[in-house]
Design a binder for this molecule. Structure first.
Ligand SMILES: CC(C)(COP(=O)(O)OP(=O)(O)OC[C@H]1O[C@@H](n2cnc3c(N)ncnc32)[C@H](O)[C@@H]1OP(=O)(O)O)[C@@H](O)C(=O)NCCC(=O)NCCSC(=O)Cc1ccccc1
Length: 214
């Protein structure tokens, strides 16, 4: 499904009005990068879940070392490689970010859909509590962007865990600007299952960076 994106409030010149926060530009990717990231995500799922004989770990280690040797010469500084800037990929092609997709984004807020995977297991089939703030924090950053608010950083993020968050189940997260007070943008968001149950909700405060703040 093609996302519905409304950039009408985005202030493209905002990067010139503040301190060190770098301007992130969209990466141009070839056909292999998306499948490469997905394969790495599957490897993460397997690394935290397999129960294999030790020889298999030894063989996997040897192959992993080959892969590391292949990629190491291409190590690059922040904002040079495509990870985190490939906006058409789940989680913008970053293994750190959750593999979710934006469905709707604009001045009134953002909606994303996705699943937590085996890699995100906390215990007893539920997502780890630490991955929900990761999802919400990234959402907050995008909400600030599409609402046309100045470059800001998260000052606090309060998460309420309302129900167990399942793995490998389609979920939706949505959020919006709740109110603005000077440099402060207060944002609310919820994580929902397909039945509309609220699994978690949050309130975050994003504070506009002053010109000298990184
Ligand atoms: C810049 C700031 C957040 C605020 O510092 P300053 O400029 O010195 O602010 P100042 O103290 O002057 O307060 C101004 C107003 O704000 C209020 N207030 C402030 N804090 C709190 C609070 N906790 N709780 C309640 N209120 C608080 C304060 O009372 C005052 O209110 P008032 O005007 O009197 O009514 C600083 O603490 C910082 O850098 N922290 C680290 C941030 C960081 O690393 N974040 C994580 C990574 S970034 C990220 O993830 C985002 C992202 C995601 C994805 C993509 C892109 C981005």
């Amino acid at each position: 499904m093609k996302p519905v994106i409304d950039r009408s409030a985005v202030d493209e010149s905002r990067y010139e009005k503040h301190g060190g926060f770098p301007k992130v530009s969209r990466a141009a990717i070839g056909r292999n990068f998306g499948p490469f990231v997905e394969a790495m995500r599957t490897l993460q799922d397997l690394a935290v879940s397999v129960d294999a004989p030790d020889e298999i770990y030894g063989d996997a280690l040897a192959q992993a070392e080959q892969l590391i040797a292949m990629l190491e010469p291409y190590r690059a500084p922040e904002l040079q490689g495509p990870a985190g800037r490939a906006v058409e990929l789940p989680g913008r092609g970053s293994l750190l970010l959750l593999p979710w997709r934006v469905i709707e984004a604009g001045p009134d807020g953002i909606r994303m859909t996705g699943e937590f995977r085996r890699f995100h297991l906390g215990g007893n089939g539920a997502a780890h509590g630490g991955v929900l703030p990761l999802l919400f924090d990234d959402l907050l950053g995008m909400i600030v962007h599409y609402a046309g608010r100045p470059i800001s950083r998260t000052a606090y993020l309060h998460v309420n865990y309302r129900k167990i968050t399942p793995l490998e189940t389609p979920l939706t997260v949505r959020g919006r600007v709740d109110r603005i007070e000077g440099r402060k943008t207060f944002i609310t968001a919820e994580l929902l299952d397909e039945q509309g149950n609220v699994l978690a909700d949050c309130e975050g405060l994003m504070v506009q960076l002053l010109p000298w703040q990184p």
